[in-house]
Design a protein around this ligand. Structure first.
Ligand code: C2O
Ligand code: CU
Length: 501
């Protein structure tokens, strides 16, 4: 069994070797390009694993303005843009990212999905104190896993502002062949609209003013008690209907255009960076071949639609063989709204499809976990009888808008201790009416999808009334967050700290 890819012994150096640079607002990435990073290596050699290089980034999080649909909103983000700069590194290299916090409150960065050393994991008051307003911190770690990831603040509701960016880790040897790639970050947006901030939305949810309450009447008709075992997951009305749904920070009225050529094989890296929205993604006139979920390779499956809960990622390949101008739509599940990009063949000069066009492909064949098998190159989680089984009952009080695991609401909740190197089974039992995208830090897990050799992931959607098991090897010591990635559920208590002794 191969599991030696990460280097636990690697102590972060935390040496503040950072290129001196004037960091104006909106300063862009300093490191990240080979030439720069080589120049920037400290003489005498940084401690890196396996002779890997050091790649440096400078991030600044600050109050800023974004323009969405012709309106300007005040928000918080990285380096003056939403999403923040794409961080690109090679597996096994050292990522050294300095963060200057110019927000009015503390922040951290979490490297979502990467099984980093514990003290680089960015969970406030669990793995580090928050970086105070005006403070600075340097994350410095060997990047363990290849694939499509993202980074984001782990403080409060900051993720539901704009405090996130893509993290792409190239494998040591790329085995997938493709001509072109695009990173597509899906987001839901309310920050600054009508002067509202995410904290107002949480207040609103707590006082019963949520979209969920309005949507409750429709629940019975949706067969919500059945669970998803007998077919496709339902479109559950979301807690919050957002004013905007975005791809790479752009609303449907001003979409990003992806230019392709006939004959291209196109890789799309889909990241659900939203606060609270499940997306269904389809491309008019084309099928999607899913090759990775949460960065980890799967046996390729061809479908029409992929579905992503907050925190999940899929990589899909598209064969560009149908020239034209096509809608790439991300349906915000349970609403009639979409985020979109435009897939345009070179030489096709027609107008973009209407902003609200829902491609018929959205009604096509949907990728579900039971269709996925881990590919041999994926990180390995042994199959077999677990050493420890932890039952995790997910529930909520929808009146008070509090969310619980085994009846307790974080931070008033017990830790979960597991033995080092144990094969652990988390057995989720979702008693609530909402889907929960459950995310474990520091480890990958295998989704027990009933079909054998289930996919390796870091975030899994547990449907209303569903029972679902995930297995993981507790081989990364430390205190790791386990939580729902619907940020308002997390903030409402659906989180625990798992201690790997
Ligand atoms: Cu993407 Cu604990 O988070
Ligand atoms: Cu949840």
């Amino acid at each position: 069994m191969k599991r030696a890819r990460r280097n636990h012994a690697q102590a972060p150096t935390r040496r503040d070797f950072i290129r001196a640079a004037g960091l104006g607002a909106g300063a862009l990435v300093l490191g990240g390009c080979d030439a720069l990073t080589r120049q920037n290596r400290p003489t005498g050699g940084a401690r890196t694993a396996g002779g890997g290089r050091v790649t440096e980034y400078s991030l600044q999080t600050a109050r800023m303005e974004v323009e969405i649909g012709g309106q300007r909103f005040t928000t918080w983000g990285y380096n003056g843009g939403v999403p923040g700069p794409e961080i690109r590194v090679k597996q096994g290299d050292t990522l050294r990212a300095r963060i200057d916090n110019r927000l009015p409150e503390g922040t951290t960065i979490h490297w979502h999905g990467q099984p980093v050393v514990n003290d680089m994991d960015g969970v406030p008051d669990v793995t580090q104190p928050p970086i105070g307003s005006g403070g600075r911190f340097t994350y410095d770690f060997v990047v363990p896993a290849a694939g499509t990831y993202f980074y984001h603040s782990h403080v409060g509701l900051q993720l539901d502002r704009g405090v996130y960016g893509p993290l792409i880790v190239e494998p040591k040897n790329e085995t997938l062949s493709y001509d072109k790639e695009f990173t597509l970050a899906l987001d839901d947006w309310l920050d600054g609209v009508d002067g509202r901030v995410p904290e107002d939305e949480l207040e609103n949810l707590r006082s019963g003013g949520s979209a969920m309450m309005e949507g409750m009447g429709g629940m019975e008709g949706m067969g919500g008690m059945e669970g998803p075992q007998n077919g496709e997951p339902a479109r559950t009305p979301p807690d919050t209907i957002y004013p905007y749904y975005l791809i790479n920070g752009k609303p449907p009225g001003r979409p990003e255009e992806l230019e392709v050529r006939r004959g291209d094989r196109v890789r799309l890296r889909l990241i659900n960076a939203s606060g609270a929205t499940i997306y269904r993604v389809a491309l008019a006139g084309h099928r999607l071949t899913a090759t990775h979920t949460d960065g980890q390779p799967v046996e390729p499956v061809e479908v029409d639609v992929v579905r992503l809960g907050p925190g999940e990622r899929y990589d899909v390949l598209v064969e560009a063989a149908n020239p034209g101008v096509w809608q790439l739509a991300a349906e915000a599940e349970g609403t009639q709204m979409i985020a979109r990009a435009v897939f345009r063949y070179r030489g096709s000069s027609g107008p973009a499809p209407p902003p609200d066009l829902m491609p018929s492909e959205l009604k096509g064949n949907l990728l579900t976990y039971d269709m996925l098998r881990a590919a041999p190159e994926a990180e390995t989680v042994p199959e077999g009888k677990p050493d420890e089984t932890v039952p995790l009952t997910l529930d909520g009080d929808e009146q008070e808008y509090t969310w619980s695991i085994n009846g307790q609401r974080f931070p008033d909740a017990d830790g979960i201790s597991v033995n080092r190197d144990a094969l652990v089974r988390f057995e989720y039992r979702n008693m609530s009416e909402m889907p929960h995208p459950m995310h474990l830090h520091g480890h990958f897990f295998r989704v027990n999808n009933g079909a054998g050799n289930g996919p390796i992931k870091d975030t899994v959607l547990v449907e209303p009334k569903q029972i679902l098991a995930t297995d993981w090897l507790a081989d990364n010591p430390g205190a790791w967050a386990l939580h729902c990635h619907q940020i308002y559920h997390q903030e409402g208590g659906m989180m625990r700290v798992v201690d790997v002794g």
